[in-house]
Design a protein around this ligand. Structure first.
Ligand code: ADP
Ligand code: MG
Length: 709
């Protein structure tokens, strides 16, 4: 999980003075004194280095981070029912006395039950814990507790299964218990400890940053109040009010940043690329453009002579031919004496762009260079020099392009391919390498309208709504394990016909089971198809190895490429016509659609096969949408509905800062207000002069302090 301001990303970010020093682990942590916001988590009693590392996985490094780890849900233990009122299948809380001593039953190896009875004035019920004898052992016979759990069975067999319990003073009601997101090895107790300490620290030093008039106008609780309510609510109404504030706050910060970025661009004069003659480009293009490509390129050419910096989004489904659009802008820049930079999210994709575009550019008399992070220092140095001297008009690369030591001589156009993979800040950094260059962002992931209105209010959009001719839709199937032998035969058949095959496996994170790893899959394939050339590609390989494997596959020297999702974005091997995705239910629909876009790029009939769990009805249901449609927009919509916006946006599909609380489909009215208020405030105070805390927050969200320059 990525969380702004807490993960150590590569972006240079100014920190408020003193902060870095205070987070430093080398400083002694005085135990016993009141916790401070930038204390490390290991300063909390009960949190050692091991737990600290696990917490870091959740994005938590210092106490402050814990404030923004919002509970995933709450268990409302305020509603207590009498034992007689317990219904099968329900989750409920009872206040009851332990009536019998907990007895341990060993059912079989590795399976222990602890059983006892509890009662109140209305009746009695059995309690069972599975493999949790220590938890149960702390209960005292004859004492009263609050038990919350699921009721199973009826009549005499009725029981509470593995209930959580709390000791409560007589008359003291149940509470609302926050449920935090966890990672293996952490418990809710740990998170309670951490958030307790964070809330304690907050009381001293955590100023409100929203303007007071907004709190009044929208009846929002103040920051500290809201944080306490989110983490330790007394009622669910309190949670709702606090959440409203968090949503408003998040959208308001987002809109302030976006608004500010728009302001930064407004009234700028842009470069004029007077020569927009693309005759030679059209001739050099290896295929006749589709109508949509032609339109988009004409729109871009018009922008380039308009006198304002172009700021355009090209949206087109996978395979719609966005690369050619990028190429056109590079050519427009180059033929007017400017440099163009094309940034891709992965090294494989950058290398592929360079390979496929080099001949096109060469035919027009322009050279291009590739710049990626894994290149040797000497190679980088010489390329940096060529770029700085303006010898190379076209530069293609990865994040390496936005590193400090890359200087352009005359950067006139920047292009971000698969823009949702980059943060807003990263795109801004690329732009800052030039003086108001024309900017093109390209994306295959459609975003919902609500968000588009906010985000792209000032962006012009070109849509590629047409696929190049001769494409047959990819035939897609979701299958269960039983089909495996048949699928292997199908792989062999495609290979016999001269095609090539991708087998995609999800990344296996440590502690996650029981997925087979890519290595295991490749072993099985080698056993079943021993005469086939099979290669492995994953993100941890060295760049040179990756390049070698990819180019072997592209050259037809490898039959089956077993890969992790490193191939998800943009990879283009038109002869590959079958993709098998292992554990398909582990991926989001939009991601699967992107993956599927790797086949169906040539004239061969292409197939995509998703393995899903045999039992998972829901999982299969989910995959069905992919079998039914090839339309990326429709799939994105279904994805949004099925997974909910939290997940959808959590994946940073839009390249915006990740949103944690705002539901961009449900909070429409609030979103509207947040945007209007942000606009209004920034008109009055373009630099948020009277609101330094607010300014700091916006910068933090966008991982950039530059937007307030
Ligand atoms: P995208 O980036 O939109 O997913 P690409 O630019 O990678 O798509 O193009 C996909 C494939 O289609 C490439 O092999 C490309 O050469 C080819 N292609 C693009 N435009 C056309 C066209 N107008 N006619 C035929 N093939 C095309
Ligand atoms: Mg592409």
């Amino acid at each position: 999980m990525e969380r702004n301001g807490s993960t150590g990303d590569a972006l240079p970010r100014k920190r408020p003075s003193g902060r870095a020093a205070r987070t430093s682990k080398s400083l002694p942590q005085a135990r016993g004194r009141a916790p401070a916001l930038y204390d490390s988590l290991s300063s909390i009693d009960g949190i050692g280095p091991k737990k600290e590392a696990l917490l870091e996985r959740l994005g938590l490094r210092v106490l402050r981070d814990a404030l923004e780890l919002y509970p995933r849900s709450y268990e409302d233990r305020t509603h207590i029912v009498p034992v007689a009122g317990l219904r099968e299948g329900e989750r409920a809380c009872v206040r009851a006395v332990v009536g019998t001593t907990p007895v341990l039953h060993r059912i079989r190896k590795g399976m222990e039950l602890t059983k006892f009875t509890i009662f109140d004035e209305t009746g009695a019920i059995g309690v069972t814990y599975f493999n949790n004898r220590y938890y149960a052992a702390q209960l005292r016979e004859g004492e009263e507790y609050l038990f919350c759990g699921v009721v199973q069975g009826q009549g005499r067999a009725r029981q509470l299964v593995s209930p959580a319990y709390e000791k409560k003073a007589p008359g003291e009601g149940g509470s609302i218990v926050p449920i935090y997101p966890l990672t293996a090895g952490l418990t809710q107790r740990d998170l309670m400890r951490v958030t307790d300490a964070a809330l304690h620290a907050v009381a001293g030093e955590y100023p409100e940053f929203l303007p007071g008039y907004l709190l009044a106008e929208y009846r929002l609780p103040a920051l500290q109040e809201a944080l306490v309510a989110i983490h330790r609510p007394k009622t669910m109404e309190e949670v709702a009010a606090a959440r409203r504030r968090m949503v408003f706050e998040e959208l308001f910060l987002l809109c302030c940043g976006l608004q500010r970025m728009k302001e930064n661009r407004r009234d700028e004069s842009g470069l004029v690329f007077a020569n927009t003659d693309l005759t030679a480009f059209w001739e050099a293009l290896p295929f006749p453009p589709t109508g949509a490509q032609r339109r988009a390129i004409q729109e871009i050419a018009a922008d380039c002579v308009g006198g304002r910096p172009m700021n355009r989004l090209v949206q087109g489904d996978v395979g719609s031919g966005k690369t050619a659009i990028a190429a056109a802008l590079c050519v427009l820049a180059a033929q007017n004496g400017w440099q163009a930079a094309l940034m891709a999210p992965t090294e494989i994709l950058a290398a592929q762009h360079e390979q496929s575009l080099r001949p096109l550019f060469a035919a027009l008399g322009f050279s291009c260079v590739l710049l990626t992070g894994s290149m040797g220092a000497a190679e980088k140095r010489s390329k940096h020099a060529a770029i700085a001297a303006g010898e190379t008009p076209i530069v293609i690369g990865t994040h390496a392009l936005i590193q400090k030591d890359v200087e352009f001589c005359r950067l006139g156009a920047v292009i971000a391919d698969e823009q949702h993979r980059f943060g807003v800040g990263q795109r801004a950094m690329l732009r800052q390498k030039g003086k108001r260059p024309h900017t093109l962002v390209m994306s295959a992931t459609p975003i919902p309208r609500t968000l588009a209105l906010i985000l792209y209010g000032d962006l012009d959009v070109s849509v590629l709504d047409e696929l190049p001719p001769g494409r047959q839709p990819v035939e897609t199937y979701a299958v269960g394990e039983r089909m495996r032998p048949r699928i292997y035969r199908f792989i062999e058949k495609q290979l016999l016909d001269g095609g090539q095959v991708y087998v995609v496996c999800p990344l296996v994170e440590e502690g996650e089971l029981p997925l087979k790893s890519a290595e295991q899959h490749i072993e099985t394939l080698r056993e079943v198809l021993p005469h086939r050339r099979i290669a492995l590609l994953h993100g941890k390989m060295k760049q040179a190895e990756k390049d070698a494997v990819m180019s072997d596959f592209a050259a037809g020297k490898v039959d089956i490429l077993v890969a992790t999702t490193v191939i998800e974005v943009g990879v283009n091997v038109p002869n590959a016509n079958l993709m098998v995705v292992e554990d398909g239910d582990r991926f989001g629909l939009s991601q699967l659609h992107q993956l599927r876009g790797r086949v169906g790029r040539g004239r061969r009939q292409s197939y995509c096969i998703f393995f899903g769990k045999d039992k998972g009805e829901k999982a299969r249901e989910r995959l069905k949408i992919l079998c039914d449609t090839n339309d990326g927009f429709e799939i994105a919509r279904a994805d949004l509905v099925q997974r909910g916006p939290g997940d959808f946006f959590g994946q940073r599909q839009h390249g915006l800062p990740a949103l944690h609380v705002a539901d961009l489909t449900a909070d429409l009215a609030l979103m509207q207000s947040a945007r209007e208020e942000a606009e209004r405030l920034l008109v009055k105070q373009p630099g948020l002069e009277s609101y330094p805390e607010l300014r700091e927050r916006v910068g933090r969200m966008f991982q950039s302090t530059e937007i307030f320059n």
